[in-house]
Design a protein around this ligand. Structure first.
Ligand code: HEM
Length: 497
């Protein structure tokens, strides 16, 4: 009897193991038709790979093993990693219209509420992106007409650097504040004092949400984690911050509305309110409304602050480590100024070394290594592969910006990569900091103007030095949505002209 029990139970164990293996093998086999990719664990899929702190390295190895298109999955959600300049063009330009959506996950639907530009898809996105592009153009943003607003922000910024008297100083907060203030001038037609409590509040909240966005990202794949007691993934904190931002922005917009003169729209908010009123009056179908406006202003803040500020912070770090290049920029600035006190964006054409250095800062800094995730709402055929609807599609721009097959010694700072034998600037299609295709950054011209005017003004007035001449600041950073340098201090020593 006991032998019989042992036989049956042994077989039961064997059968159970066999069934389990069969089940796992079924679940873990990559779906037919998908590009190749690593096998995942049951239920969590490739979560452990994606949880590693530096995904640039993980993705580099995946590309080496599986090629330019790699299939991953987390919690049953299919993910497509796109590498290399050709595949990025094929997916996001040739198939741009199919892959111009955002994934329908926590960050997009709850944090961004699927509204305005950054987090929207379909009609809402088309209408709001169109609004932003045409109105930024009409306001002359990125062109000389808007230049004065950027220049106005440079003076108080340089005053802050001057007040440090060449002592150790972390420029992070003042760079972010200056960049946000330029967005304020686009949205509210005015700048804020650096010490304004509401302004400081909103910047701190945006900053905190950027920091905690890493913890919430797992909820994109396992939605049930959102409501766990104790808020371990900070979803509640993140959504509370979104509410706080909306309360401040709502108050600002209401105040602004009271001084609106329909014959003289001053900024993006005036223009939105007027366009919405016209559409309502004429009965034209629209996705525009007051809640979308709140999100739109938030999008411009988020899209236009951290990105430009981070680019400038990398610029300062690279130039501290390369004083000879800082000196070359300084000489170009002085010889171009010809006695004037402020450069104009129109001077950039005649400053090839500075222009090449900025391109190299964007390549090496690579501040948006994976852009923002895209998605497709319908099945798409890519060559021999079939990409299912609702895939999370990750553009791996880092695979281009730091590719040793494209750039010799890619981790070295060499502006000469963007200069030809005659010393003229060469624009290379392998540089795509603002990305490509229909979702390409709408703030590109403004960002280029900001980086050029701020960087040249800093170098015109200050020599940027390390805090310790024996130990240069490290070029390491944190890879989140953006690639941000670790906290560091520098010295800004006033030049004697
Ligand atoms: C150096 C500075 C900047 C860089 C490197 C940068 C880069 C990017 C990238 C890579 C994207 C994602 C595109 C995609 O999802 O395919 C993006 C989107 C966006 N950027 Fe920028 N950006 C910068 C400055 C700005 C500025 C100054 C503004 C504000 C005027 C802005 C507003 C936006 C918006 C609203 C989007 C969302 C576009 C959409 O989803 O259709 N950006 N940016």
């Amino acid at each position: 009897m006991s032998f019989f029990v042992t036989l049956v139970s042994d077989n039961l164990v064997t059968i159970a193991i066999f069934l389990l293996v069969l089940l796992l093998a079924r679940r873990l086999r990559p779906r037919p038709g998908l590009p190749p990719g690593p096998r995942g664990w049951p239920f969590v899929g490739n979560l452990f790979l994606l949880m590693k702190p530096d995904k640039r390295e993980v993705f580099r190895k995946l590309r080496q093993k599986y090629g330019d298109l790699v299939s991953l999955s987390v919690g049953g959600q299919p993910i497509l990693l796109v590498n290399g300049v050709d595949k990025l063009h094929e997916v996001f330009v040739d198939h741009g219209k199919e892959f111009d959506k955002r994934p329908q996950v926590f960050t997009v639907l709850k944090v961004g509420q699927g509204k305005a530009v950054v987090h929207s898809s379909g009609h809402v996105w088309k209408e709001h992106r169109g609004f932003v592009l045409s109105n930024m153009k009409e306001l002359g943003i990125g062109k000389t007409t808007f230049q004065q607003n950027v220049v106005e922000e440079i003076k108080p910024f340089l005053d802050v650097l001057d007040s440090t008297k060449g002592d150790d100083f972390d420029p992070r907060f003042c760079v972010q504040t200056a960049m946000s203030n330029i967005i304020c001038s686009i949205c509210f037609g005015k700048r804020f004092e650096y010490e304004d409590p509401d302004f400081k509040d909103i910047l701190n909240i945006f900053d905190e949400n950027m920091r905690i966005s890493g913890s919430t990202s797992i909820v994109n794949y396992f939605p049930f984690l959102e409501n766990l007691p104790g808020d371990p993934f900070k979803c509640g904190a993140c959504l509370d911050n979104v509410d706080k931002i909306q309360v401040i922005l709502k108050r600002w917009i209401e105040r602004h509305r009271k001084t609106l003169d329909p014959s003289k729209p001053r900024d993006i908010i005036d223009r939105y309110i007027l366009e919405l009123e016209t559409k309502r009056k004429t009965g034209e179908a629209t996705t525009m409304d007051e809640t979308q406006l709140l999100k739109l202003v938030g999008d411009l803040f988020v899209g236009g602050t951290e990105t430009t500020a981070t680019t400038l912070r990398w610029a300062l770090l690279f130039l501290v480590r390369h004083p000879e290049m800082q000196q070359r920029i300084y000489e170009e600035v002085i010889s171009t100024l010809k006695g004037r006190t402020q450069l104009s964006i129109l001077d950039k054409k005649g400053m090839p070394f500075t222009s090449a250095a900025i391109l190299e800062i964007q390549r090496l800094g690579d501040i948006a290594p994976f852009v923002l995730p895209h998605s497709n709402f319908e099945e798409v055929t890519l060559g021999k592969y079939t990409i299912p609807a609702g895939c999370v599609v990750i553009p791996n721009v880092n695979s281009v910006h730091h590719d040793p097959d494209i750039w010799e010694h890619p981790l070295e700072f060499r502006p000469s990569r963007f200069l030809d034998n005659n010393g003229s600037v060469v624009n290379r299609k392998e540089l795509m900091p603002f990305f490509i295709g229909p979702r390409m950054c709408p703030g590109k011209s403004l960002a280029k103007m900001e980086v050029f005017l701020f960087l040249t003004s800093i170098i015109q007035h200050f020599e940027i030095l390390p805090t310790d001449s024996e130990r240069l600041p490290a070029l390491e950073g944190h890879v989140g949505i953006t690639y941000v340098p670790h906290p560091h201090s520098l010295r800004f020593v006033k030049r004697r002209h």
